[in-house]
Design a protein around this ligand. Structure first.
Ligand SMILES: [Zn+2]
Length: 338
């Protein structure tokens, strides 16, 4: 779900031990299956191999949070952040070369609108399933925006293990879109939500690629993420999806500290907060885009993008389509959800 815009790969793991990476990957998969016992055992083994393994402390924090040990969880998140300083530029370059080498060995296949890379014939079926969801998203966004990009979007499909090895990316990422190379990267291991969750991941990342195709200049990252979430959940067969999702967002954000728009943008861009605060910032961004759709109709997003493409500034276009500036809309959302 992260959107990279010229910033270093986020939260890169500083792991020297491949065995520790493998054990953490097993722990993460157990965590996704909600098998918390197995997650803890493998996590402890990973930390025995590598006591300063920053990403392992993030999972530790999530598990402690799950057990209601919030103070301990906060301490684990702090420790992870201390162990995980931003990567210097040269290290990032080495990691990217490594990632591209791994990606260079993948099988490739061209479809009408997507060029898909995946690992080996055994993944072919999952790749086709991905293309089915991506094609749906291509048609859906095409009809809403009246734009059918005449290009093939590059897509790379990973297993969890490959994803960790190639990108050292944080383990809860379902995927990401990197504006620098225009590629959609998605993890295929079965998430707890099954095919629905897989569909959402693909639609989310495709939306980033689509919006980036429509408008090449910088946009606030909260807007990108909110819009990607909006179309990831959007469903033609369920007329209540918006009301249902707003209910869910109200539950998820209840009693949580609310961020102002500047802080929300900073947290999503820099990830300079605990994972729970980062998660909350994404939820707020999603709620903002969804709430405007509830108030002004779904077409607010295409109308808004059209104004941007016509040369209007973000602020002017927002005011024109929504009627109030983003900070005020966010305040309206907060009141609505609480
Ligand atoms: Zn995203």
């Amino acid at each position: 779900m992260f959107f990279l815009s010229g910033t270093p790969v986020p939260s890169v793991m500083a792991a020297d031990s491949p065995e520790a990476v493998r054990l953490l990957s097993v722990a993460v998969q157990a965590y996704y299956r909600e098998d918390y016992g197995a997650a803890k055992i493998n996590l402890e083994r990973a930390l025995e191999r590598q006591p300063d393994f920053s990403e392992a402390y993030l999972l530790k924090g999530l598990l402690q949070h799950h057990d209601g040990q919030n103070d301990k969880a906060a301490a684990s998140f702090d420790r992870a952040l201390k162990l995980n300083p931003r990567l210097p530029e040269d290290l990032r370059k080495r990691l990217e070369e490594r990632a591209h080498a791994i990606e260079g060995r993948l099988t490739e296949q061209d479809f009408s609108h997507f060029h898909v890379q995946f690992n080996g014939a055994e993944r072919r079926e999952q790749a086709w399933q991905a293309v089915k969801h991506l094609d749906d998203a291509y048609r859906d966004l095409g009809s809403r925006f009246g734009v059918y990009p005449p290009i093939r979007f590059p897509v790379i499909i990973f297993t969890s293990q490959e994803f960790l090895e190639a990108w050292y990316a944080p383990m809860w990422l379902g995927g990401f879109f990197d504006r620098r190379d225009g590629r959609i990267r998605v993890r295929i291991d079965p998430p707890p939500g099954g095919d629905d969750e897989y569909r959402r991941r693909l639609r989310h990342e495709y939306t980033h690629a689509f919006v980036n195709f429509l408008y090449k200049k910088d946009l606030p990252v909260w807007f990108h993420e909110g819009v990607a979430q909006f179309y990831s959940f959007s469903s033609a067969s369920n007329g209540f999806w918006k009301a249902n999702r707003l209910d869910e967002l109200a539950k998820l954000t209840r009693k949580a500290p609310w961020m102002e728009i500047g802080r929300m943008e900073e947290v999503i861009t820099k990830k300079n907060a605990s994972p729970l605060v980062v998660y909350l910032a994404y939820l707020q961004a999603e709620a903002l885009v969804l709430y405007v759709a509830k108030e002004r109709g779904d077409s607010w997003i295409p109308s808004f993008m059209e104004r941007l493409r016509g040369g209007m500034t973000f602020e002017a276009a927002f005011l024109d389509v929504v009627g109030v500036p983003p900070p005020q809309m966010l305040e309206n959302v907060r009141r609505f959800l609480s």
